[in-house]
Design a binder for this molecule. Sequence first.
Ligand SMILES: O=C(O)CCC(=O)C(=O)O
Length: 256
Amino acid sequence: MPRRLLDALFDRADELPPSWVHDLAPGSDGGRVPEIVHCAHLEPRLLQCRAYRLALRSARRLLGAKVKLAFDHAIFKPSGDGAVTALHQDLAFSPQWDVPTATIWLALVDATDANGCMRFLPITPEGLLDHEPSGRDGLAAIGLDVSDARPCPVPAGGFTAHSQRAVHGSGPNRTAQARAAWILKFERDDRSWRRRTWERSLELQGVAVPRRFRHLVEAFAPVTSARGPARTGPGPARADQQEGSAQPLPSGDQRA
Ligand SMILES: O=C(O)CCC(=O)C(=O)O
């Protein structure tokens, strides 16, 4: 079910807020790495899927606490397309949001070395490495040797999990089928029981919870300001991957 819902999102990518549709490919000449962020805002029925419940449960075990979805995105690497996702740490996208997270990278097809499964450096650094822009929307950790990263193949429905500091990326897709993944980042949940239960009941009805709804309205509205024209181009990839106080969004107890 997530695959069908996400396929439909990619099919209408040109109708989505441009700042939520990215290309993480490192260069303009080596293929594409299409990414849509905030998929669960755009398609709340994703949160009704069994895959979501299992990801939530796994993240709860990993963090040892109640968890909520902080950010999600989907990356569908086209068939036969040669682009990699550069090695990076997720923390580099939002260095000010340095909290424990568990990111579940859920394979929607068998993810193999041939189609660009995730690859990780075996040792996770304690700090944030230096990064530089990679292509239109990506970031790349500087000075790493990609041959040190170990591929982690997983079957369809399986997942890898990583923290904000884990150094990871993925290889090119050299197969005839798209490499599809839905990626869910969870953080500890400090909402009240009442809030949590209410928001979950909305999610189970396929309704966007209020904070997601407001974020959606903001994303679809043209951004106008006294200083300049509406912003229509893509932003830095995942600059809004967390929705903390620096963002014009509800936070804390209001977040799912
Ligand atoms: O799927 C990919 O190619 C990379 C995924 C990734 O970088 C992430 O989940 O943070």
